[in-house]
Design a protein around this ligand. Structure first.
Ligand code: HEM
Length: 410
């Protein structure tokens, strides 16, 4: 077994912050391999990409998640003690609860709230209105998730709570103020959830027993214990906050639908085309840059040695742009998803592999449903995008279109 080629920097964290989404693929291309080693945040790391990388990354016999997330991500995006850092039986037991709450069977309770909340917001729009789709959709999704989960939300607190949830999502790759804003937002949001959990547990409020709030507040771990209130707050935020990632995909949807009129007509009326369009949004949009795990043991992969206790970084962005995985990868081409395909190890925006035994996103069904709803609404709405052309920043994580776009309603 060979050692993977090594990035020459003593520590590559600054290079990652500088190069953003292309950090790993730049080096993999330069070395001509699917693995290279480096140090990130002073820890030894091996970055992997290419067609076979996700299968290794989602092999729970080879890698684990405990204590992998860096502090700056736990203090903004993820919180501490939640499902993201669990392994084995403890993870599976908690994930079962999430999948019961948010699996495909739950769309019938989620979709009507989303549709009503969006229609309420749209009622005030007039021809000529300049619509900030991104922030409008974030507020709609936040209200939808709170109502769906049974979280009480007064009209006067909606804007601030929604802004906090948005700030947590926007902070995960941010430095300086963007990261601090996310930390403050998480502290406030966890305190808010903590109060709601305490009121549920001491029965001063009585949410529906089937709601996410009641299920999570009363959830018992594998040893039969209630989760500590702080962890319960993190888990409750895990059913609300991630939905605010969905608008990052909507500016691209609006842009593509306005650029290609045949696509707009097909997305408006053809269900198969709508499915393909949404899958291509999930592949093409730079949102998740990398995912991290730690090797449980020494691994032999593609002739390379990955030592035990090494950070294993999966190059999600690079795999979505890899010609060996996706033909003509740089083009936005929804029809590539026509017909049956197995994308468990190639479409990784929300993780890959298996939902129950691995860390694949529990909110994938809600996300796809919401993207379908918004895309069809956009396809049926008269609007122009201003400015008409814009492109993704690949150094800002999570990426946004630069310059930012708005819609001028027709
Ligand atoms: C996990 C992305 C929407 C709940 C994840 C992971 C990613 C992700 C990358 C981690 C995968 C891994 O570690 O292997 C996204 C994106 C979304 C989205 C890009 C929207 C565009 C949602 C929604 C919910 C949700 C709407 C809840 C309603 C979760 C949960 C996990 C998770 C609970 C943890 C799963 C586990 O550790 O087993 N998501 N997500 N996500 N997501 Fe999402």
């Amino acid at each position: 077994m060979k050692e993977p080629p090594r990035d020459p920097f003593p520590d590559s964290t600054v290079a990652l912050a500088w190069e953003g989404y292309r950090f790993a693929s730049n080096r993999l291309r330069r070395f001509g391999t699917d693995a290279f080693s480096c140090r990130l945040m002073m820890k030894k790391a091996v970055c992997i990409g290419g067609p076979a990388a996700a299968a290794l990354f989602y092999d729970s016999g080879s890698v684990e998640r405990k204590d992998v997330a860096p502090g700056r991500i736990e203090k903004t995006l993820l919180g501490q003690g939640g499902i993201h850092g669990l392994d084995g039986l403890a993870h599976r037991h908690r994930k079962e609860m999430y999948l019961e709450l948010m699996g495909p069977q739950s769309l019938s309770s989620f979709t009507p709230i989303l549709v009503r909340t969006w229609r309420e917001a749209a009622a005030s729009w007039q021809p000529g209105t300049r619509l900030n789709l991104f922030s409008e959709a974030q507020t709609v999704l936040f209200r939808t998730m709170c109502e769906w989960a049974g979280i009480p939300l007064g009209p006067r607190e909606t804007q601030q709570r929604a802004a906090d949830a948005a700030a947590m999502v926007d902070a995960f790759g941010g430095i300086a103020w963007r990261n601090w804003k996310g930390r403050f937002a998480r502290r406030r949001s966890e305190r808010w959830m903590h109060g709601i959990v305490s009121a549920t547990r001491d029965r001063t409020s009585a949410p529906s027993p089937t709601s996410a709030l009641a299920r999570i507040a009363n959830f018992r771990d594998v040893d039969g214990n209630l989760l500590p209130a702080e962890v319960t707050a993190v888990e409750l935020l895990n059913v609300i906050r991630p939905a605010l990632a969905i608008p990052y995909f909507l500016d691209l949807a609006a842009l593509k639908l306005s650029e290609i009129s045949e696509m707009r007509d097909q997305v408006a009326s053809n269900d198969e085309m709508l499915d393909c369009f949404v899958q291509e949004l999930r592949r093409f949009c730079p949102f998740t840059p990398f995912l991290g795990a730690r090797s449980r043991r020494e691994i032999a992969w593609q002739g390379f040695r990955i030592p035990s206790d090494t950070l294993v970084v999966l190059d999600v962005y690079g795999i979505h742009r890899d010609e060996r995985v996706w033909q003509n990868a740089a083009a936005f081409a929804p029809l590539r998803f026509q017909g049956v395909g197995d994308y468990r190890f190639s479409l990784l925006q929300q993780g890959g592999g298996d939902h129950l035994s691995g860390h694949r996103c529990a909110g994938e069904w809600f996300t796809i449903e919401a993207l379908k709803f918004f895309s069809r609404e956009l396809a049926r709405m008269p609007y122009a995008v201003i400015p008409a052309s814009s492109s993704f920043s690949l150094t800002r994580i999570p990426s946004r279109l630069i310059p930012p776009v708005a819609l001028r309603l027709g």
